[in-house]
Ligand binder design. Structure first.
Ligand code: KIV
Ligand code: ZN
Length: 516
C-alpha cells in the first residue's frame, strides 16, 4: 500500500472502457474513436488503460498496437487467456508502449472449472503458473485475474493468488465477473486474502466489479476499505450486461468522503463530465439524466425548498461542487452576436483547445446554428466541437430533402445526397412517416440493404428550438453499425444518423488496398 504525506493511500485507477466497456452490446468503437477515448483517459489522469484483447480480432490487435505506439502518459494493457499464442499476440501489440502490461486471466470458480474449462484445481494452478512465467519472461508488468473469483472457494482462491504472485504477477485482480457479491462479502474476501496469502505484500490487489445487482461501486469501495490498491472501472459504468463499476462514481465517492476512505487518485475530476459525454457520443449509449455525477440532473435542484437552501448556502443540498466534476458554472453560452474569441473561450472551458483552423470551421457552424436557435448551450457547442474533431471518412453526405406527408397518406420524399463530387437524387412515395421515408430513400440511393435495429431521438438541450439528436443502429450482413446525427430538424438528424452508420459500414467493408 502506498501512503502519501497526508496519509492518503494512493489508489491506482485501471480503466477498461476500451476492453470490458466495449463489450456492451452495440458499443463497439472504431480505431479513431478508440484513440480519442484513450487520449481522453490520459487527460483524465487514469494510471492504466486496458486497450483491448489483442487475440480476439484484428481490430482489437490494431487498437492496442496503435494506442501503445501513440498514446503516452499511462500504462497500456492488453488482455490474454492463459495460452501462449494469446500472450504472444498481446505482447506484440504492447511492446512499443512506454509501459506495457499483459493481463492474463483464467476462470477459477467450480462452475467455470467444471462446465466451461473441464479442469481440476491442480490443472488450473499448473496452467496459470506456466502462463504467468511465460508472460513475465516477455514483459515486466503482469496482471493476473482469476475469472469469477468471487464464486471461487476461498481456500482455492488463496492458493491461486499465492501461485500468481510466485509466478510473476505484480497485480492480482479479484473479479466479480457476474456481479454477485455483496459489499460485506467483498470486504471479507479481500481481507481474507490479506490475512492468509503469505506473499501478498509482493503484489497490488485489484478489484473488478460488475453491476448485475447494482452493487459494483459499493463492492469496489468495500474492497478498497479492506486494502485493495487498484480499481478496475469504466466511464459511465458501461460494460457487459448491466456494466462495470463506474469510474466517475467510485472516484468521487473516495474524494468526497475522503474523511472516511482516506484515499486519493490521480484523476483530474473536472475532466469527468467531458469524458462521460465523449464516451456517450462515441458509443451511442446515453447517460441517464439522474445518473450520479455525470447525469444532466445530477446537480439540478427542482424543489423550492432546496433552491432556497442552495441560494443561502450551496452546501445545504450539495455535497460536491458541479465545477469539480466538469459541469460549467453557467450553462447558457452564446447567441448569434457572440464573437470568435467568446466561442474559443467557451470551448476551452469545456476542455477543448482548438486549432485556428478548427476554430474557423466551428465558428461557421456555430453561426448557422445560432441563426436557427436563439440560445446556444454548452451541450449544443459540444455537439459542434465533436463533429469538428472526430475525423470520419464520409463517402455519402447529406445535401437536402423535402417531404410531403400527413395523416392517412403515404409520404412523398425528394432526397439529395452527395457522393464524392456528384449529387445523387431520389424521389419516392414510400414509408409510414417522414423519417421512414428518408430511411428508405437513403437505402435506395446508397444501394445498401440494411435493417434498422434501433432508433432513438432525444433533445440535446431544453427548449422548443432544441436540437434533436438521433442515434441509430443498422444491421448489415449480420453486424451492427451505429450512427448519430444532430439537427434542429429531427428528420434531417435522422438522415445524418443513418448516413453516419452507412459511412461506417462502407469504411469497415472497404476492400484492403493492395501494396502494388
Ligand atoms: O469480469 C471479468 O472477469 C473480466 C476479467 C477478464 C478480468 O473482465
Ligand atoms: Zn469484467
Amino acid at each position: 500500500m502506498s501512503q502519501s504525506e497526508n496519509d492518503n493511500r494512493r489508489i491506482i485507477i485501471f480503466d477498461t472502457t476500451l476492453r470490458d466497456g466495449e463489450q456492451s452490446p452495440g458499443a463497439s468503437m472504431n480505431l479513431p474513436e478508440k484513440m480519442e477515448v484513450a487520449q481522453a483517459l490520459v487527460d483524465l489522469g487514469v494510471d492504466v488503460i486496458e486497450a483491448g484483447f489483442p487475440i480476439a480480432s484484428p481490430g482489437d490487435y490494431e487498437a492496442v498496437y496503435e494506442i501503445s505506439n501513440n498514446i503516452k502518459g499511462a500504462t497500456i494493457c492488453g488482455l490474454a487467456r492463459c495460452r501462449q499464442p494469446d500472450i504472444d499476440r498481446a505482447w506484440d501489440a504492447l511492446k512499443h508502449a512506454d509501459q506495457g502490461r499483459i493481463h492474463v486471466f483464467l476462470a477459477t470458480s467450480t462452475i467455470h472449472r467444471e462446465f466451461k474449462l473441464r479442469m481440476s484445481q491442480e490443472d488450473i494452478l499448473e496452467r496459470m503458473g506456466e502462463s504467468l512465467r511465460y508472460a513475465a519472461s516477455l514483459c515486466d508488468d503482469i496482471e493476473f485475474s482469476p475469472e469469477d473469483a468471487v464464486r471461487t472457494e476461498i481456500d482455492f482462491l488463496c492458493a491461486v493468488v499465492e501461485k500468481a504472485i510466485a509466478s510473476g504477477a505484480k497485480t492480482v485482480n479479484i473479479p466479480d465477473t457476474v456481479g454477485y457479491a455483496t459489499p460485506r462479502q467483498m470486504y471479507d474476501v479481500i481481507d481474507t486474502l490479506y490475512n492468509r496469502v503469505p506473499n501478498i505484500d509482493q503484489a497490488v490487489i485489484a478489484i473488478h466489479c460488475h453491476n448485475d445487482l447494482g452493487m459494483a461501486v459499493a463492492n469496489t469501495l468495500s474492497a478498497i476499505e479492506a486494502g485493495a490498491g487498484q480499481i478496475e472501472c469504466t466511464i459511465n459504468g458501461i460494460g457487459e450486461r448491466a456494466g462495470n463499476c463506474a469510474l466517475e462514481e467510485v472516484v468521487m465517492a473516495m474524494r468526497t468522503r475522503n474523511d472516511y476512505y482516506r484515499t486519493e487518485t490521480g484523476i483530474n475530476t473536472p475532466r469527468l463530465v467531458p469524458i462521460s459525454q465523449t464516451v456517450s457520443r462515441i458509443t451511442g449509449l446515453h447517460v441517464q439524466r439522474n445518473k450520479s455525477i455525470v447525469g444532466r440532473n445530477a446537480f439540478a435542484h427542482e424543489s423550492g425548498i432546496h433552491q432556497d437552501g442552495m441560494l443561502k448556502n450551496p452546501t445545504t443540498y450539495e455535497i460536491m461542487r458541479p465545477e469539480d466534476v466538469g459541469w460549467a458554472a453557467t450553462d447558457l453560452v452564446l447567441g448569434k452576436h457572440s464573437g470568435r474569441a467568446a466561442l474559443a473561450d467557451r470551448a476551452r472551458a469545456l476542455g477543448h483547445d482548438l486549432t485556428n483552423e478548427q476554430l474557423v470551421t466551428l465558428f461557421e457552424d456555430f453561426k448557422v446554428l445560432a441563426d436557427k436557435k436563439k440560445e446556444v448551450y454548452d451541450a449544443d457547442l459540444l455537439v459542434l466541437i465533436e463533429q469538428q474533431t472526430l475525423a470520419v471518412s464520409e463517402e455519402w453526405s447529406f445535401e437536402s430533402y423535402q417531404v410531403k406527408c400527413g395523416t392517412d397518406m403515404v409520404p412523398t420524399i425528394q432526397l439529395a445526397l452527395r457522393h464524392g463530387d456528384q449529387i445523387k437524387t431520389a424521389e419516392m412515395t414510400c414509408g409510414d412517416g417522414p423519417i421512414d421515408a428518408v430511411i428508405l430513400a437513403i437505402e435506395e440511393l446508397t444501394g445498401l440493404d440494411v435493417v434498422c435495429k434501433d432508433f432513438n431521438v432525444h433533445s440535446v438541450t431544453i427548449g422548443q428550438d432544441a436540437q434533436g439528436e438521433v442515434t441509430m443502429q443498422l444491421e448489415y450482413q449480420g453486424e451492427l453499425y451505429r450512427g448519430r446525427g444532430t439537427s434542429t430538424d429531427s428528420v434531417e438528424a435522422s438522415a445524418l444518423a443513418m448516413l453516419a452508420a452507412v459511412n461506417r459500414i462502407l469504411a469497415s467493408n472497404a476492400p484492403e488496398q493492395s501494396a502494388e
